[in-house]
Design a protein around this ligand. Sequence first.
Ligand code: ADP
Ligand code: ZN
Length: 734
Amino acid sequence: MFNAGDIVKVLIPNVVNAGYDYRLTASAGVGDMVRVTVMMRPYVGVIIGPGDSHLPPQKIKSVSAILDGHMTAADLTWIHKMADWTMMAPGAVLRLILNVSDAFSPPRTEQLYTWHMADGTRMTAQRQMVADAFAANDNEAMSAADIQNIARVGASVVRGLVRGGNLVPTDVRARHNDATFVHQYRDTKSVTLNADQQAAADTLARHIDAGGFSVHLLDGVTGSGKTQVYFDALWRAYAAGRSVLLMMPEIALTAQFMDRFAARFGAPPVVWHSNLTAARRREIWRGVLAGDVRIVVGTRSALFLPWQDLGLVIIDEEHDGSYKQEDMGNYHARDMAVLRAAIAGFPVVLASATPSAETLENVALGKYGRLRLTSRFGGATMPTIETIDMRANRPTDYPIPGDGDQTRPGMLSPTLCDAIGETLSAGHQAMLFINRRGFAPIVQCRHCGWAAQCPDCSVGMTYHKRLGKLLCHMCGRTAPMPTACPDCGRDVSMRGAGLERIQEEIAARFPAARTALVSSDTMLSRAALERLVHKMESGEIDIVIGTQILAKGHHFPNLTLVGVVDADMGLYGTDFRAAEHTFQQLFQVAGRAGRGNIPGRVLMQTYQPDHPVMTAICAGARDEFMASDMAARRAAQMPPYGQLIALVVEGQKESVLQQFCADLAASAPALSGGKIMGPIAAQVYQIRNWYRMRFLISGPARANLQPIVRRWLNTVRIPANIRVKVDVGPQNFM
Ligand code: ADP
Ligand code: ZN
């Protein structure tokens, strides 16, 4: 405890600092949140210890206010260890937590709007996004800023809707009082666990009751009932008075899931994700800080809520790539949750049907326990999975609908088409999976070689039929689709297939089938996705064509056929995790088939039916596949048997960037047992007009490369127009 007049060190939530000294005006302790100013700007910071400044006392500013918020010693240790591991500054880590700027101010009053569907409104795609933003937030009133952020539309769209009477101004007032959160959860015990589930739940209950750190992998095929097992654990910790965080990938936060939660616990959970209104964020943040909110279901950033007495963290789909944050900092939420649990001493549950190599290795080392659920719940059988050898099963051309006798080369093999036909005549539903948006990924001139290329990024532009335009998938820039080659004036052609092209082919081959597209283009909002799920459930859709957005979390009893249009697509990358990720994704997609009483069937179109990924999926040989993939990684000293740190160096002037990279390479330290590779041009050399180079530092597992890299970077002066991004444990090698 410090007294009035004492000098303390306050950590500020911004990128560079490790703490500044302030004078207290009243007593306060380590971990207390305080209001201070830095260069005239107000911040909420945290007292991390006594001050150590050599400034004369009169130069030290006073703390402006001591706030009603506190972090424990374990929280502060976690922040510092996370900073050490990720090489972020401690202040940058703190910023992930103290990121609700008005959390300690009275609720702001602002002009709010409600949505009103006026007669005769001309609904553009952007206006629909606004409507969806309201639907996704239970039609609560929103400020103009919220509408722009959540619907991702510009101010002019909002102004137009206000003029047209679709956005109706409501009272200028602050929404939400903190009392909204008095949920009366109760365990309705609406399910009886089977023997496997009960055994897993019992083990978790023992660890939760005993307290202390542990990690368990809840390992079970899709549909085996993992959710009900971790619901049991969640209740156990909650009923004991602790807080519980359930993390999920954003696309798994579905209404179906919320309904299941409510069915079990009597009320829906508090949900945290990136598309909440500012008022809602503030309210949840304050609720968690006050200990009123003790269960949150959320995306990776929910780990950084100001948790009080966290007693359990559950991470569903633990292998999912969305847990890795790459832009503002580079943490892996799963690993940082485990770190937090190890420091504060509580159990973690990792659930997956396709656990990551990292987690499997921790199980093998005995660091994590494993709880297996071996079969689908209630006797639902696993689907049969087969490959279609595309070398022998050539698709035929199809007539372009509405275009006379013009034809286009097909992408769907006769075998897959037959299976679709059978499924439709049986009155069942089919899903076609292709992980590529748009109509055609390559637009080029076959005569002179011209290809549509983004002027700001070194990638080709994809033709999107829905937009009638070319779109850059890196930066979002659009361009008109040329009617003739801009270089030689002859005709341009489209190669490769995306979702929209598959939809066209289906329309040509099965004109009576009702289809829907699901991708991040068409499902910009949760509400749009819910509408689609509802149509699937009520049988208004026969064939759904989607990207991986559909691969998770949904349960459609009448869906009996899954066709993977291009199963090889993920195998071509240079990423050492390409095989693992392809396996996980195909397995996940396959898990959508036959979840009801009717057995399911999965057909994967491939040119490499003998590839280990394909044979393993067909045989259901997950463990064998992962074992051989991991053996290869062990031999190559790749994670989890080695450690990697990537440096992505970016600059707007190519010459400055190249010179800086050469300087950096020249001062690279010698590594015993490891190596520094680079600089090499990044796979995507240019994004949004920034040129990009990469270094990769590798070493044995537990090599502790961070201090070496930190010393190295400290030896060079980084020019103003260069940015260096440090990525510890990179998942992305673009
Ligand atoms: P997973 O998360 O492993 O994919 P789910 O938890 O979604 O599996 O369960 C699959 C299906 O089985 C769901 O419809 C779920 O409601 C049902 N189910 C699972 N366990 C039980 C249980 N003990 N009693 C009744 N239904 C269950
Ligand atoms: Zn671009």
